[in-house]
Design a protein around this ligand. Structure first.
Ligand code: GN1
Ligand code: MG
Length: 382
């Protein structure tokens, strides 16, 4: 059975009930000596369940409480181990060489028994992370200035972990961003496919089959030694970048579950596919989705201002492919999950993953139609 189809029940999102809130308070209590004032569902994550805990305390106002989806992260204790290792590395580094502008690293909060997680009566895995006070995130980029900040944040993140050896971190999500493996899972799901009531499924089927042979591009480059294995964030979509609410400068990158060995290209692709889509990945108007090359230019400017020192000539050569590939790959992952019955990504309605796939495929088409200008932008950055 494939990782993305491993979960048996459908991931339909649910509202918070009073009884749930009581349970949540009991869990949140384990991570704080202060009184919990309130708890609310937080963010728009597709995998874990995330809550913002508000405290009655002048010293710490909030923290983020999360139930890790253990059907996806099979060894959540390794996720926590990775998080402790690299956040400590970054904190040490910042202490010795302070930056010339504010930057925050989310901290793992310990339970009253000094553990980095706790389990509830159902065996669910809970952990708490500090909240960056006075910061906010956006699902859709507002303007070019913000785009430069998004790029700066990813470049800063990569630069801060660039001297931590990839072997120091465990592979917490095998196959993550290995496109050929997603194609393999897709073929397995397709083998059981008996037709659909949604005509747009046919468009998606053709979309994938037209690109299946090209989709090995980054893995081939990695296997041939053209691209080095490094540490990556894994999920630097635009709403994982935190902005100071007053200065509107990027101050942190959050959602650190998938920081693990990989290619920085997966991150560059993921950041651009999410930040250069002005309609956002949840739009229902998939026909009008396009890739905004001006935003791409600004993000890459911000990125290279921080990343130039550790990138090689080969790295530049694969950036266009990375942008195209990660949009395609996410579309493929959503589409596979739709065909498999919505077992991996949380959904709000039955054809939600199909709608999400169409958005990413349309974005991929738009990237392909602008290949010359996107490659020109990348060339201009060297
Ligand atoms: C998932 O759960 P969330 O929203 O942080 C997914 C990413 C996708 C993203 C698309 C572990 O991230 O790979 O890009 O949805 N995370 C995992 O919104 O599969
Ligand atoms: Mg994530």
């Amino acid at each position: 059975m494939t990782r993305e189809t491993a979960q048996v029940k459908t991931n339909m999102t649910q509202e918070l009930k009073t009884q749930d809130t009581d349970n949540l308070i009991t869990i949140a209590d384990q991570f704080t000596a202060s009184k919990v004032a309130s708890i609310q569902a937080f963010g728009s994550g597709n995998i874990n369940d995330t809550f913002l805990v508000t405290l009655d305390s002048p010293s710490q106002q909030h923290f983020v409480l999360q139930r890790i989806n253990t059907s996806v992260f099979r060894q959540p204790q390794l996720v926590m181990q990775n998080m402790c290792i690299f956040t400590e590395h970054i904190r040490n580094k910042l202490q010795h060489t302070p930056l010339n502008r504010p930057w925050e690293v989310p901290a793992v909060l310990l339970t009253k028994d000094a553990q980095d997680h706790c389990k509830d009566d159902d065996g669910s895995f809970w952990r708490a992370i500090s909240f960056i006070e006075g910061s906010e995130s956006f699902d859709i980029i507002k303007d070019i200035e913000q785009a430069k900040e998004v790029g700066y944040a990813l470049g800063m993140f990569h630069s801060l972990i660039s001297d931590l050896s990839p072997e120091k971190l465990a592979d917490t999500l095998e196959g993550f961003h290995i496109t050929p493996l997603y194609l393999q899972q897709y073929d397995e799901v397709l083998a059981k496919y008996t037709g659909s009531k949604f005509p747009l499924v046919n468009y998606c089927l053709k979309f994938v089959s037209d690109r299946a042979s090209w989709a090995h591009v980054l893995e081939n480059a990695k296997n041939q030694g053209h691209l080095p294995l490094r540490l990556m964030h894994g999920d630097p979509k635009v709403n994982n970048i935190m902005f100071n609410t007053t200065t509107q400068k990027a101050v942190s990158v959050i959602d650190l579950d998938t920081v693990k060995p990989g290619l920085v290209h997966y991150d560059i692709g993921d950041c651009l596919r999410s930040a250069c889509n002005p309609q956002g990945e949840e739009t229902k108007q998939w026909e009008t989705v396009y890739f905004d090359a001006d935003m791409c230019n600004a993000i890459l400017q911000g990125y290279f201002s921080q990343a130039r020192d550790f990138l090689t000539e080969n790295d530049y050569a694969y950036i266009y492919d990375a942008i195209r590939l990660i949009a395609f790959e996410l579309g493929l992952r959503f589409f596979t999950d739709h065909l498999a019955g919505n077992v991996y990504f949380k959904v709000k309605y039955p054809e939600h993953n199909l709608a999400r796939a169409l958005v990413q495929f349309k974005l991929t088409e738009s990237i392909e139609s602008q290949e010359t200008s996107i490659c020109g932008i990348i060339k201009g950055m060297r």
